[in-house]
Design a protein around this ligand. Structure first.
Ligand code: NAP
Ligand code: HSE
Length: 437
């Protein structure tokens, strides 16, 4: 009779939204997972800050560990799943000691990977242990696997998409219901979508973490989070969403990365920003906490990955997929090619790009102001496709929204610079790029 294969023994560090989801999934699908993995997944030890908290799962059959940092050093553990969060602190210490102890690491922590992923990957490669982070990008969508494996034969020219479920939930809910930003953010938090500090979501930092990871894998480039030009959704007003709608667009927070040729060689463009997305673009129909990633391969053409980007079930699905790979003995370089072979690319200059833009200004409602605004765009060489002023007020600024023709981004930036300090404007202009087809 064949020997029963030894289980993969798992430590769960962190038992919040994701950690509790992983327990529920491993318990619910134990038999099918064991069949597909070739051996059972067995949680041996769990840990979090508060041992007494009710997490809606039965923890009595698992050992408890207070110190996340020593999880990987335990004799009853083959792999540690880090779901504590935060780029440094306990999460990073836990990841380092796990790899140093010669154990595999799975993490959902995009902040830690964006800041320390290269260091951890180099350590994992040296120790010949697996380090996997599917859940760190786009929740339940197997986009890292898709790029590393399914699209591995292609040169990827561009990767972009909706990478933050919280922002997408806020924007699409505001669009559908007209509800207030703070109210919808609180709802996204209650559903478990938001980061412990939701500023990471709404300021575009979480999407920037994910974009930098995707770019490293898609282009074989050294991960460079600091080079992502990131802005969030906090400056948007309900009036921008309404104005975009009147023009035939929705507003979505888009992360975009592409390689570009420059006189100095190949450079990497990485930006996170709210964009206007035309109603007929596939990303315009991505609502709620859904994420979507488009990757353009030189032989595959356009690939679209779409699914739930946040929440316990989808994220647990990605974590457990990594555990199944490890149970099967798959190690591989964490960034697809060894860290030492990732290409160092300088950051591209956004000014050399071209496109159309939506510019919103809050302007004094008095004679000559529109002439001042249009003169700045004329002097910067920007051609205006349409311009609309909303409202009428003697003492409050009114909204002026314009859309430019296709042209250099540097020219729009110059028009904004020419208007800076103008006492006709109540706040700096908001520039949103219009997503090309
Ligand atoms: P969470 O609900 O806040 O859970 C964090 C867990 O870590 C909690 O159980 C907490 O313990 C524990 N913890 C925090 N600091 C600790 C410390 N110093 N020592 C021991 N335990 C500590 O967060 P989450 O939403 O599950 O997210 C976890 C990770 O997954 C983060 O990196 C996040 O970015 C990532 N992620 C989340 C989602 C999502 O949809 N939520 C999706 C993809 C990736 P207590 O419960 O005792 O306080
Ligand atoms: N806070 C993140 C989001 C969780 O809203 O997308 C998934 O990474």
């Amino acid at each position: 009779m064949a020997d029963t294969p030894a289980p993969l023994r798992i430590a769960l560090a962190g038992l919040g939204t994701v950690g509790a989801g992983v327990i529920r999934l491993i318990e619910a699908n134990a038999a099918l997972i064991a069949r597909r993995a070739g051996r059972p997944l067995q949680v041996t030890v769990v840990g979090a800050r508060d041992r007494t908290k009710d997490r809606g799962v039965d923890l009595s059959r698992y050992a408890w560990e207070d110190d996340m940092v020593i999880m990987g050093e335990r004799a009853d553990v083959d792999v540690v799943v880090e779901m504590v969060g935060g780029s440094d602190g306990s999460a990073l210490a836990c990841a380092r000691t796990t790899i140093e102890a010669g154990k595999a690491l799975v993490t959902a922590n995009k902040a830690m990977i964006a800041h320390h992923g290269l260091e951890l990957a180099a350590k994992a490669e040296e120790a010949k242990v697996a380090m996997k982070f599917e859940a760190a990008v786009a929740g339940g969508i197997p986009v890292i696997k898709g790029l590393r494996e399914g699209a591995a034969a292609n040169e990827i020219e561009r990767v972009y998409g909706i990478l933050n479920g919280t922002c997408n939930y806020i924007l699409s809910t505001m669009e559908d219901t007209g509800r207030d930003f703070a109210d919808v953010l609180a709802e996204a938090q209650s559903k478990g979508y938001a980061e412990a500090d939701p500023a990471f979501d709404v300021e575009g930092i979480d999407a920037a973490h994910k974009l930098s990871i995707l770019a490293a894998i898609a282009f074989g480039a050294r991960l460079d989070f600091a080079a992502v030009d990131a802005a969030g959704i906090t400056r948007l007003r309900a009036a921008d969403i309404a104005q975009a709608d009147a023009l035939g667009y929705v507003i979505r927070l888009i992360g975009m990365a592409e390689t570009m040729e420059s006189p100095a060689g190949k450079v990497l463009f990485q930006r996170v920003q709210p964009h206007l997305v035309a109603f007929d673009h596939p990303l315009a129909h991505v609502d709620g906490a859904t994420n979507a990633v488009v990757a353009e391969g030189n032989f595959s053409g356009r690939l679209l990955f779409q699914g739930a980007g946040a929440g316990d079930g989808p994220t647990a699905s990605a974590v457990v997929a990594d555990l199944i790979d490890i149970a099967r003995g798959e190690i591989g370089a964490p960034f697809s090619v060894p860290v030492g072979e990732l290409e160092a690319m300088s950051a591209a200059d956004a000014g050399s790009r071209t496109g159309r833009a939506y510019v919103r200004l809050m302007a004094a409602d008095r004679p000559g102001v529109l002439a001042e605004i249009t003169a700045a765009f004329r002097d910067a060489g920007v051609s205006i496709e349409s311009l609309i002023q909303k409202g009428r007020s003697d003492d409050q600024p009114v909204m002026v929204a314009l859309v430019t023709h296709e042209g250099p981004e540097s020219a729009v930036a110059e028009a904004v610079r020419l208007l800076s300090g103008s006492d006709s404007l109540a706040e700096p202009p908001l520039v949103l790029h219009i997503l090309a087809d």
